[in-house]
Write a protein that binds this ligand. Structure first.
Ligand code: FAD
Ligand code: FES
Length: 363
């Protein structure tokens, strides 16, 4: 009996607290209509209380948000000139001291509670949303799928090799985006090709592994800061593994088509032969274009007795094959798992690469 009374009392307190919270949220969470001013554009109005990132999205301002607004990628940095409220602990790890001082914030963490004025990079104002139809798809390894997305409505996309798009993942609760590098070449403007690794229970990758030819997919883009030095005498060194192949495939195919004299290296690391991607394609490219050199290396060659190529970690191949200080005029593009990139970066630095010429996309 005493237990029953205690349970009833506790339940009543719980219900009471919930009602109080709801009332407080109604009273204090009602921010009315707020104005959002972006760069020198006319301000737009939104109902207060929502995230800045979502308000921008509704206005078709597509800033990068690779983690889909979870506050875990730091891609949605935006300069808040006024009205952003105090910096949140969730933002601090992603912002340098300098950025914190100059008002940089994570747009997915800033709630609009009053009029707000922000500055976004001019290039983001050119990012568009596209609808596409899924074209042919094929499994390249047990967990990596090549997917072609053909733009609908006669749309075309302009991008630089090395850039990425953000795919809208259907989700009932919220707007979710995930970033995927473009593997196709910029001269193909009416479709993008992606390489997607399936992450067990991953929202975005499961979605992109389940779409079928003819399905409609929405994405925004292009995004990404890497600018390829197009001059014929500067060397391009690509190092990566897994789905890190996607942007490297775009870069090298673009160079082969537009600037075949440019010296290039592709270093691709995998554990075993079943994880190698496009080896035959790149071998054929290197045979035709002697300026393009390739090196595929296995870190577990004992499992592949027929393997005749390089062995060991891929940064060891870079150390072996790449000339020291050959030219000051060279760029490196690294893409793959964080540990692989860390080791590759160190090797490249030892080879005389300047930090500002090493670009890395970790995933
Ligand atoms: C600029 C950029 C470009 C990218 N390009 C590509 C690309 O070309 N191809 C591609 O496949 N991916 C790419 N990614 C990664 C991609 O954006 C997603 O993060 C990835 O597909 C996982 O998303 P998800 O929704 O499937 O998993 P989520 O739902 O985000 O995660 C589900 C669970 O898996 C864990 N998890 C997330 N990622 C990984 C991982 N890599 N390994 C192990 N566990 C993980 C999470 O911690 C979580 O517990 C890129 C990322 C960035 C930032
Ligand atoms: S931190 Fe990833 S979208 Fe804001």
């Amino acid at each position: 009996m005493i237990y029953l009374e205690a349970i009833i009392t506790l339940s009543a307190i719980g219900v009471g607290l919930t009602i109080l919270l709801l009332i407080a949220n109604k009273l204090f969470g009602n921010y009315g209509t707020c104005k959002v001013k972006v760069n020198d554009r006319e301000p737009f109005e939104v109902e207060g209380g929502g995230k800045l990132l979502d308000a921008l999205y509704d206005q078709k301002i597509f800033i990068p948000s690779a983690c889909g607004g979870q506050g875990s990628c730091g891609f949605c940095k935006t300069c808040v000139i006024k009205g952003g409220g105090p910096l949140l602990p969730t933002e601090e790890p992603y912002l340098t001291e300098e950025e914190q001082k100059n008002g940089t914030r994570l747009a997915c963490q800033v709630k609009i509670r009053n009029d707000i004025e922000i500055q976004v990079k001019a290039e983001y104002l050119n990012v568009k949303q596209f609808k596409a139809t899924v074209g042919p798809c094929k499994m390249m390894t047990t967990d990596i799928r090549e997917i072609h997305l053909k733009l609908t409505g006669g749309e075309t996309i302009d991008f630089r090799p090395g850039q990425y798009v953000q795919v809208l993942v259907p989700n009932k609760k919220e707007t979710v985006f995930r970033a995927y590098s473009i593997a196709s070449v910029p001269s193909t403007k009416d479709e993008v090709e992606l390489l997607v690794r399936l992450i067990p229970n991953g929202l975005g990758s499961t979605y992109l592994h389940s779409v079928k030819e003819g399905d409609e997919v929405t994405f925004t883009g292009p995004y990404g800061d890497f600018v390829l030095d197009e001059s014929a005498d500067s060397e391009l060194v690509c190092v990566g593994g897994g789905v890190g192949m996607a942007p490297m495939r775009s870069l090298l195919r673009h160079v082969a088509a537009t600037n075949p004299q440019k010296p290039c290296w592709l270093f691709f690391g995998a554990r075993t032969t079943d994880q190698l991607l496009y080896e035959a394609d790149f071998k054929a490219m290197a045979e035709k274009l002697p300026n393009i050199k390739i090196c595929y290396a296995l870190s577990e060659p004992e499992k592949c007795p027929d393997w005749k190529g390089a062995t060991g970690f891929i940064h060891e191949s870079v150390a072996r094959e790449l000339a020291e200080n050959a030219s000051a005029n060279r760029q490196a593009f690294l893409c793959g798992p964080p540990k692989m990139l860390e080791a590759a970066r160190k090797t490249l630095q030892q080879k005389g690469f300047k930090n500002e010429n090493i670009f890395a996309d970790e995933f």
